[in-house]
Design a binder for this molecule. Structure first.
Ligand code: SAM
Length: 264
């Protein structure tokens, strides 16, 4: 007999009806939503590694959880006192998240909204903490997505993306002469592999970056690396300046891509 089978039929019935689940949420009464997850007790196992790097007291903090899925991280951050705005484009996961918020009695601290990441550009709000885990590689326009959420970040961003093996912390030269482009093939060079078909059966896994590319993209989006709490996880704060004096070029392209009027 499983733990869940001894629980009220309506709870386990709702878990089944709302499945399949990607997040294994621990609900009251020892109900779990995905106890047989291929990644183990996911994402609790990941959270336990990174949570020491998150302020214990988030009272008064606003949090944006991008690609919230069933809300695991939103709930943990809300438990620390934050007011959380959680977005996802998939109504299937949002249904799970809203239902779980009620079960966990956290519905007053977390607001779930169906919103593709790109539409955040149209919103004026900024957040003390942006939680941007497991989404970048699903975007066809990853740097645009990162630029958008970087602009939403007031204090901290917790970032995670799928990577490929490679060097870390590579600082490229200011310029690459046209006839020396071979240096772009250096294994340390920031590189992102484009996935035309699938990884792990998922056709929305578009990109896998090497670690130096992750760091370069974060810098290029104006984020400064604070620490790396776990494999593929980067805690950042606003503040990087690429020193190239091309902020106006980035700004014009950003505005064009996000459908705001270009600067005149
Ligand atoms: C791999 S899951 C990561 C879930 C959670 N952030 C985590 O780290 O466990 C990716 C989530 O991002 C959502 N997502 C993918 N593309 C998105 C987009 N363009 N805008 C908003 N959410 C997106 C998916 O629906 C899915 O729930």
């Amino acid at each position: 007999m499983t733990a869940a089978s001894s629980l009220p039929a309506e709870v386990t019935g709702a878990v089944d009806a709302l499945g399949p689940w990607f997040h294994n949420l621990h609900l009251p009464g020892e109900v779990q939503t995905a106890p047989d997850h291929a990644l183990g007790d996911f994402p609790r196992n990941k959270w336990l590694v990174i949570e020491p790097h998150v302020p214990d007291d988030l009272q008064g903090w606003t949090v944006l959880d991008v690609g919230c899925n069933a809300g695991f991280y939103s709930f943990e951050l809300a438990r620390r006192g934050a007011t959380v705005h959680a977005i996802d484009l998939d109504e299937h996961y949002l249904r799970q998240a809203r239902w779980a918020a009620e079960q966990l009695e956290l519905a007053d601290r977390v607001t779930f909204e169906k919103l593709p990441i790109y539409q955040l550009a149209q919103r004026p709000q900024r957040y003390d903490l942006v939680w941007f885990m497991g989404v970048l590689y699903h975007l066809r326009y990853p740097l645009l997505g990162l630029d958008i959420v970087a602009r939403k970040t007031r204090r901290l961003m917790m970032f995670q993306t799928m990577t490929i093996p490679g060097e870390e912390s590579f600082m490229p030269p200011d310029d690459v002469p046209l006839d020396q482009r071979r240096m772009l093939c250096d294994p340390a060079w920031p590189t992102m592999a484009f996935i035309e078909r699938r990884v792990a059966g998922d056709p929305t896994n578009w990109w896998a970056a090497n670690p130096s590319c992750v760091e370069a993209m974060l810098r290029s989006s104006g984020m400064r690396l604070v620490t790396r709490p776990a494999h593929e996880v980067y805690l950042c704060e606003p503040g990087a300046n690429d020193g190239l004096g091309i902020g106006h070029l980035k700004e014009d392209e950003y505005l064009a891509a996000t459908q705001f009027s270009p600067r005149t």
